[in-house]
Ligand binder design. Sequence first.
Ligand code: OGA
Ligand code: FE2
Length: 536
Amino acid sequence: MASNKMWCTVALGFLLPFSFAHTDFFTSIGHMTDLINTEKDLVISLKDYIKAEESKLEQIKKWAEKLDKLTDTATKDPEGFLGHPVNAFKLMKRLNTEWGELESLVLKDMSDGFISNMTIQRQFFPNDEDQTGAAKALLRLQDTYNLDTDTLSRGNLPGVKHKSFLTAEDCFELGKIAYTEADYYHTELWMEQALKQLDEGEVSSADKVYILDYLSYAVYQQGDLSKAMMLTKRLLELDPEHQRANGNMKYFEYIMAKEKEANKSSTDAEDQTEKETEFKKKDYLPERRKYEMLCRGEGLKMTPRRQKRLFCRYYDGNRNPRYILGPVKQEDEWDKPRIVRFLDIISDEEIETVKELAKPRLSRATVHDPETGKLTTAHYRVSKSAWLSGYESPVVSRINTRIQDLTGLDVSTAEELQVANYGVGGQYEPHFDFARANEPDAFKELGTGNRIATWLFYMSDVSAGGATVFPEVGASVWPRKGTAVFWYNLFPSGEGDYSTRHAACPVLVGNKWVSNKWLHERGQEFRRPCTLSELE
Ligand code: OGA
Ligand code: FE2
């Protein structure tokens, strides 16, 4: 698999130009909050426009009413009316100037302010790619968290603060996006949901004929011929002249007949099902399935016996003067690989400072492509990140010192502090943080050796989803604001510990902020001396 060869980001991330381009909104909630403000602003100027338009109409109405009365009286007795010289004068004045003024008022464009605001803001709007990205994120969440389409469409998610639901038209849109990705499985689910909501009487501009057209095709693509025929029949009841559906129907009938013919002369199908059950018996779980189960909180591989040996304690950084009087709380999260969690290790104020420093330079996180040697974006890493140097803020510098004190490792050879923000569906699929033996040049530019250890701060709680999971060993670590986890990626011998393969689960509800420090081998020679035995 390609991702096996990928190593986690971006030793070079800080060399990239800081980008203010608006792409990839969907990868980070940090940037999406700006859009909410933009929308609020637009609503205000839209309301101003409505007010202006209403006051204009009000003036026009008054004029019409006044003239209505006047012309009524005048037409009843035109000569008598005009016998009054003032009336004669006023008629001249009205027709010569006042109607012209009214015409100008009617023609007056009240939309200036709103339209120019729109033009300015539009430059920062999400584009098609963002919309597709957000839709694909929904589909990904649906799979990872085993959500049925109806639950997702009704917005019945755990821990949501602002319930929101999908209209039949939204479901249709999701189905179409799945369709353009040739993802017929999700096309079927979402077209069916759109149809269901329409059948239940939802008022919508979505058209059943269009939906059935997509749906029958997706079903056909997945090999369910009789269901595809049934759906096409339904389409033809609504629109008997539908050309493609009529053509398809004939084609389906033809294939159906051919299949029946073939079935008579063969028992292959039985052999096939036998093979399938045999495959299922083996209980083979690919990494993806393990990863998704752990994300849902299933398949944890901790035994009570091992659990008993996990403790919590006050830790003074191995008698570090800064922590002797005020040790920190430390919990064992896992035994093998050993993962520890520090509690109350970054304050809310520090978190706010780090987020504010990072926000203006968050850009789509990249990975190292082993084929081209270049940094690229990848569907398996969906988040935005930024790098902060200890020189730019005393808070960052203090955080770096804290990591050095508590890990006993030299941070001067570490990479800068990386801040990452995951939006809805944001994730990082299973990867190693260290470079494998077959990638000797991975951290060459840094000249500080391999990534010996990872320190990861959780800078937010996540309402649902967003765990850090270790599929090799069946471990899940849940984000808790203000805590940090730490593990070694390398054995003391310098060999990579493959059990540290890990992933960031997609965020289901909420917003995930983390920051991490990758510590390197150089500088640790006396702090963590290497050993000869590989697994020591
Ligand atoms: C990473 C990583 C885990 C997480 O950035 O390398 O593994 O939970 N992050 O964000
Ligand atoms: Fe990682």
